[in-house]
Design a protein around this ligand. Structure first.
Ligand code: FES
Length: 110
């Protein structure tokens, strides 16, 4: 099994390096929540709420392309970046590159 190294930058600018499993069928959103980032994820990972928005800072181009549904949802955000993704639409698999992401979505209690 290949581990995926994921550097996460929270909204306060704190950086943390995490190691994610590639064999548990998790999305990046689920992994971030399990790691203690209180992402709202109101839609439960259906690409319908955009609260799981992340900006991918490393290896964006190595990820599978976003679907039209994901791009349309990102379009509804007031602030979007050239490498924005919905973290619920990034599945963690053996093919997933190491990543660096900044949390840009909505967190619980905000
Ligand atoms: S969790 Fe709602 S769009 Fe990702």
């Amino acid at each position: 099994m290949k581990d995926i190294h994921i550097t996460v930058i929270d909204k306060q600018g704190n950086k943390q390096e995490l190691v994610a499993p590639s064999d548990m069928g998790l999305s990046l959103m689920e992994f971030l929540k399990a790691s203690g980032y209180p992402i709202l994820a109101t839609c439960g990972g259906m690409a319908l709420c955009a609260t799981c928005h992340v900006e991918v800072l490393k290896n964006y181009e190595q990820l599978p392309e976003p679907t039209n549904d994901e791009l349309n949802m990102l379009d509804t955000l007031p602030e979007v970046f050239p490498t924005s993704r919905l973290s619920c639409q990034i599945k963690l698999t053996e093919e997933t590159p190491d990543l660096e992401v900044a949390i840009r979505g909505e967190l619980e209690g905000e």
